[in-house]
Design a binder for this molecule. Structure first.
Ligand code: B12
Ligand code: SF4
Length: 575
């Protein structure tokens, strides 16, 4: 039997900036778990020789956030192999236009292209008909894959190999059991393109809550599906074998992973008894401090940063989006519990709930700065993301929504608001960053960090990244990387390729000014840090946010929203 090859090229697409250039960097800051998941499943298919003993399946994987995609080279590689396909991986709504532009080029070369990820899954799960963008992909001959890939890739590869690829695969009604699932893993050369060499894994999928702006529950379900401690250990060991021990655990809410305890116990064992220097970033909800032992075990397992979906501090807004689990009178207690465990907190805050106005948002940010001991705060515009209940309702009521999917990145305004014009809303979003990351508040955060015994240098660099992302690079910190790359010829389909004499001088000035601004910002933060470290009183620093909360009448955070808090649901009502 003659040997042959089957070449798979996996690309996790990025998206376009305001000028239509791909947002990409020399090094990205957050790993793509979608890429690791799909790669892990396919690597297993390759090992199992699922196309026959004579077929060698080879996989190339690229995260466009940190790698410039050489489309021609990828086409050549598949042609040279004599067969294969392009997989556009983990494509979110804001990345769909870029995925189509890439797909268009590969389809023009006659190669099979498959798109998977949340945009396809979310639309198919929630909308009564196929939206225009998905139809456009089908018209180009691109295959759409809805649902999760675990247990389905071998059949897909066989379909491609035998020329029987279907236009659409839909597994949304059949969510795979994660306990038996293949592991998310990437080779070292891909992981090291992420700053700090962070790998990723999802220890579970699904969330029990029902926030109306969220897509996750409609794609991955509300039931907690989780990996076994053995599998998590295998992920850690496989990464550690290639020198990688830092992980971003992408569970949307690790605190609601029903297997959190055995998983953390196993990680603690690996760390404390077997010498693995594991470091973790976790995502949790605002009530996680109520789970006995959760925070303490997370810290012992190596968690140094935790992302918390605070979303808003106005209970009326939270109830309006069915985020009933967020109880503002518990926020400070929860944040202090993480500080006691010496874990840095990173909170998400959404702007544009129906009751928000520029004035209430400005007021609420000042309250947060004064009352809540948060380290990094990031802002988002409330967005009807395809796949969410909000999107479905607006779609069914034919309420106008932004037609350009590239703008569904939570940095743009994608629908109307009863109390703010589009311009006001956008301005509020931009102002929010400037309002939170003032020099005075950076100093307060660092003073709080010092008394809480957090690593000052880590807080300084995190604050600089969060403050500088919007101000200097005009991107959200979640999309930030180191050293922006702009490729003249990789521009959004339909926009002109600029003349080199126009493009390069402008790029040079841009790169020069950004470097200057980053240097200035880092120096400013570093000077604040130095001042605090040399201040003899800094170790006895105290303020309202660090005071143990009462949650009672008189607690300023509770007082402002007293009339919005549903009676009978919190401790204030008991008094
Ligand atoms: C980790 C994460 C990130 C990371 C890394 C991105 C990544 N994909 O790894 C970071 C922090 C960078 C990020 C950023 C953003 N994210 Co995000 N992110 C996630 C999160 C929490 C986990 C992603 C993940 O690993 N999922 C697990 C994998 C296994 O699932 P999957 O991607 O769907 O892949 C499976 C299937 O779809 C399928 N599949 C996927 N691709 C392919 C390809 C082929 C060929 C095949 C056959 C199958 C297949 O098989 C996979 C395995 O089962 C998800 C929520 C979630 N639960 O998924 C949100 C989520 C994907 N993010 C979302 C958003 C909106 C964003 C942001 C735009 C906004 C923001 N500011 O948060 C930014 C901007 C990103 C950018 N433009 O670069 C939304 C997307 C919704 C939508 N309709 O687009 C989600 C769903 C969360 C939400 N709020 O609803 N994100
Ligand atoms: S808690 Fe987070 S993951 Fe769960 S439904 Fe709400 S937004 Fe979605």
């Amino acid at each position: 039997m003659t040997e042959r090859k089957f070449k798979i090229v996996l690309i996790k697409p990025s998206h376009y900036d305001a000028e239509g250039y791909v947002i990409q960097w020399w090094r990205s800051t957050i790993p793509s778990n979608s890429l690791a998941s799909v790669y892990g499943i396919l690597a297993d298919c390759a090992r199992d020789k699922i196309l026959g003993p004579n077929v060698n399946i080879e996989i190339d994987a690229y995260d466009e956030c940190n790698t410039v995609i050489d489309v021609k080279a990828a086409i050549r590689a598949i042609r040279r192999a004599g067969g294969g396909f392009i997989g556009l991986v983990g494509v979110q709504s804001n990345q769909f236009p870029r995925a189509l532009d890439l797909g268009r080029q590969f389809r023009a070369a006659g190669l099979p292209v498959v798109i998977g990820g949340f945009h396809v899954s979310g639309c198919i799960s929630m909308l009564p008909e196929m939206p225009t963008d998905l139809r456009e992909a089908l018209d180009l001959g691109i295959t759409l894959f809805a649902g999760e890939g675990e247990g389905r890739m071998a059949d897909l590869l066989r379909d491609i190999d035998t020329g029987k690829l279907k236009p659409m695969y839909n597994f949304l009604g059949d969510l795979p059991d994660l306990a038996a699932a293949k592991l998310p893993l990437l080779p070292r050369k891909i992981v090291t393109r992420v700053f700090g060499h962070y790998a990723s894994f999802d220890a579970g999928r699904g969330c029990p809550f029902e926030c109306s702006f969220c897509t996750i529950i409609n794609v991955q379900g509300r039931k907690s599906r989780y990996r076994t401690p053995d599998d998590v250990e295998a992920i850690v060991r496989a990464n550690a074998a290639q020198g990688i021990t830092r992980f971003f655990v992408t569970d949307d809410n690790f605190a609601r992973n029903k297997n959190w305890q055995p998983i953390l116990d196993r990680l603690i064992d690996l760390r404390e008894k077997q010498g693995f220097t594991i470091r973790l970033i976790l995502q949790v909800d605002t009530m996680c401090h109520r789970i006995p032992g959760f925070i303490e075990k997370a810290a012992r397992a190596g968690c140094h940063t935790v992302f918390i979906g605070l979303e808003n501090i106005n209970p009326e807004s939270l109830m309006g989006t069915k985020k009933r689990q967020n109880k503002i009178w518990e926020y400070r207690e929860m944040l202090l519990a993480w500080r006691r465990a010496r874990v840095m907190t990173w909170a998400g805050y959404i702007l544009g709930f129906p009751t928000d106005t520029p004035e209430t948002i400005a007021r609420d940010i000042e309250i947060i700065k004064r009352e809540l001991p948060i380290d990094m705060l990031e802002f988002f515009c409330l967005t009807p993301l395809p796949g969410s209940e909000d999107h479905k309702n607006l779609y069914l009521r034919a309420v106008p929504m932004e037609p350009d999917l590239n703008k569904y990145d939570l940095e743009h305004v994608c629908t109307g608001h009863a109390r703010m014009s589009k311009e006001q809303w956008l301005q509020v979003y931009r102002d929010a960053w400037a309002r939170y990351y003032t020099a005075a508040h950076v100093e307060t955060i660092l003073r709080r960090a010092l008394v809480s015994r957090l690593s000052i240098s880590r807080v300084i660099s995190a604050l600089a990244m969060f403050a500088g992302a919007m101000w200097i690079e005009a991107v959200h910190p979640l999309q930030l990387g180191f050293v922006r790359r702009k490729v003249r010829t990789q521009r959004r389909h339909g926009l002109p390729i600029e003349h080199p004499l126009v493009f390069y001088p402008r790029r040079f000035i841009e790169a020069f000014t950004t470097t200057l601004r980053w240097t200035g910002l880092l120096l400013r933060h570093w000077r604040i840090g130095r001042r605090i470290k040399s201040d003899p009183d800094a170790r006895s620093y105290a303020d309202e946010a660090l005071r143990n909360p009462s949650g009672q009448v008189g607690d300023p955070l509770v007082q402002v929203f007293a009339d919005k808090i549903p009676t009978g649901t919190h401790r204030m009502a008991a008094h």
